[in-house]
Write a protein that binds this ligand. Structure first.
Ligand code: FAD
Ligand code: UDP
Length: 363
C-alpha cells in the first residue's frame, strides 16, 4: 500500500516524489517510458556523446529557491546559451539585438539609434493579444517576416496571429549587444547530465520506481491513497470533452566525423528547410570528443505531446478538464506541463511541484 501513486518520472513527478518521500510518505512513481527524467532524459549515444533524447534542454531560472533545490542533486556547468538565426544566407543573433540590425541592414547604429530605428519600423498594436501583435509591435513587418512568421508556422502549424501573445513574447527584442538567449540569473547544465540528477533525486528508500508501466494498466491492481498525475489531463479523463491539441517534434540525430559542426549551440532556420533549428550537443554540455552529434527538430502534429498550444479555444477546452478535475479534488492532483496544459519551462515545473508538495504536506 502506497501513500501516493505518481504518474510520470519527469521534473514534475520526480520533485513531488522526492518531497513527499522526504516527508515520510511511501511513493510509487511510474512512467510508461523505459527511463526516468521525462523529456529531460539524456544519455551517451553509441558514439559516446551525451545527447538529449527529446531535444535540447538548457536550464535557466531567476529563482534562487529553485536553483538551490536542484543543487542538492547535481553540480553544475555554468553555460549561457546563444542562438543564431539563418537569415538571407547569413547568421545573425536572435533575440534580435543591436548587432542583428547592424549586420542585416549594413548599418553602424548605436543603442539609442537602434531604438529609434526599431520604433520607425514597428507597427503599434493595441491591445497586444496575439503572437503577431507582439512582434509587429516591437519590430514591424519586415523583421517579423524574416525571423518569426515562417518559424512559427513551422513550429505550430498556425499563423502567429492565431497564437497567444505569450508564445513569441518568450523571445525579446534588445537594443544592446547581449547575445544570450536567456538573461536569467542562473543558467547552467547539470554537470553529469539530467538523468544523473534525477537518479539522485529519486534515490530514497521511500521511493519505488516502475518503468514501462502505463497508469491505465495498473491503476486497479495497485493500492494507493492518493494520485498525482503529470501526464496529459485529457488522456486521464479519456478525452471526455475532446482531445486537447498538442504539438510534437521529430528529432533527427546525426553524428559527424569532425570535432565541430556550427559556431554556437543552436542555429534557427526561420524561413528555409522543414526543420526549425539545429543544436550541437557538445556546445551545451561542454563535452570534448573528436566527433560531434547534432539534432534537427522537425515539428509535427503526430507523436508524443510535447507542446500545449496556447490559444483561447484550447484554454476553454482545458478549463472543462480543470473543472472536471475539481470534482476529484483531494484524491487526484494534476501538475506539470501536460497535467495543467501550460507551456512551462523546466524551472517553472519544478516551482509548481514544490508549491504543490508544500500544500499537500500542509493538508
Ligand atoms: P514530462 O517531462 O513530459 O514528463 C511527463 C512524463 O509522464 C513522461 O515521461 C510520460 O512518459 C509520462 N506519462 C504520461 N502519461 C502517462 C501514463 N498514463 N502512464 C505512465 N506514464 C505517463 N525547458 C527548459 O527549461 N529549457 C529548455 O531548453 C527546454 N527545451 C525543450 C525542448 C523541447 C523540444 C521540448 C519539447 C521541451 C523543452 N523544455 C525546455 C520544456 C521541458 O521539457 C518541460 O518543462 C519539462 O520536461 C516538463 O516536465 P513534466 O514533468 O511536466 O513533463
Ligand atoms: N520563434 C520564432 N523565431 C525564432 C525563435 C522563436 O518565431 O527564431 C517563436 C516561435 O513561435 C517559437 C516561440 O517563438 O515557438 C518560442 O521560442 P522558444 O525558443 O522559446 O521555443 P522552445 O525552445 O520552447 O521550442
Amino acid at each position: 500500500m502506497y501513500d501516493y501513486l505518481i504518474v510520470g518520472c519527469g521534473f514534475s513527478g520526480s520533485v513531488l516524489a522526492e518531497q513527499l518521500a522526504t516527508a515520510g510518505n511511501k511513493i510509487l512513481i511510474i512512467d510508461e517510458r523505459p527511463h526516468i527524467a521525462g523529456n529531460a532524459f539524456d544519455f551517451y549515444n553509441e558514439d559516446g556523446i551525451l545527447i538529449h533524447k527529446y531535444g535540447p534542454h538548457i536550464f535557466h531560472t531567476n529563482s534562487s529557491d529553485i536553483f538551490d533545490y536542484l543543487s542538492k542533486f547535481t553540480e553544475w556547468r555554468y553555460y549561457e546559451h546563444e542562438v543564431l538565426a539563418s537569415i538571407d544566407g547569413s547568421l545573425v543573433p536572435i533575440p534580435i539585438n543591436l548587432d542583428t540590425i547592424n549586420s542585416l541592414f549594413g548599418l553602424n547604429l548605436s543603442s539609442s539609434e537602434v531604438t529609434d530605428f526599431l520604433a520607425s519600423k514597428a507597427e503599434k498594436r493595441n491591445p497586444v493579444l496575439t503572437s503577431e501583435d507582439v512582434v509587429m509591435n516591437a519590430v514591424g513587418k519586415e523583421l517579423y517576416e524574416k525571423f518569426f512568421r515562417g518559424y512559427t508556422r513551422k513550429q505550430w502549424a498556425l499563423d502567429p496571429s492565431e497564437l497567444d501573445a505569450s508564445v513569441t513574447a518568450r523571445v525579446p527584442t534588445r537594443t544592446n549587444r547581449d547575445p544570450r538567449y536567456f538573461i536569467d540569473t542562473f543558467q547552467a547544465m547539470p554537470k553529469h547530465g539530467y538523468t544523473a540528477m534525477f537518479e539522485k533525486m529519486l534515490s530514497h528508500p521511500n521511493i519505488h520506481i516502475m518503468l514501462q508501466t502505463k497508469y491505465e494498466d495498473i491503476k486497479d491492481s495497485i493500492g494507493f491513497s492518493k494520485l498525482i498525475y503529470t501526464g496529459p489531463i485529457d488522456r486521464f479523463y479519456q478525452y471526455e470533452f475532446g482531445k486537447l491539441p498538442y504539438r510534437s517534434v521529430n528529432f533527427k540525430f546525426e553524428t559527424l566525423q569532425k570535432e565541430e559542426f556550427q559556431c554556437t549551440g543552436t542555429v534557427n532556420y526561420p524561413n528555409s528547410n522543414a526543420f526549425t533549428r539545429i543544436t550541437e550537443f557538445k556546445k551545451i554540455t561542454g563535452q570534448t570528443h573528436p566527433q560531434t552529434t547534432i539534432v534537427y527538430e522537425f515539428p509535427t502534429a503526430e507523436g508524443d505531446p510535447y507542446y500545449p498550444i496556447p490559444r483561447p479555444e484550447n484554454q476553454d477546452l482545458y478549463k472543462k478538464y480543470k473543472d472536471r478535475a475539481a470534482l476529484d479534488e483531494g484524491k487526484v492532483y494534476f501538475t506539470g506541463r501536460l497535467g495543467t496544459y501550460r507551456y512551462y519551462n523546466m524551472d517553472q515545473v519544478v516551482g509548481q511541484s514544490l508549491t504543490l508538495a508544500k500544500k499537500i504536506i500542509g493538508e
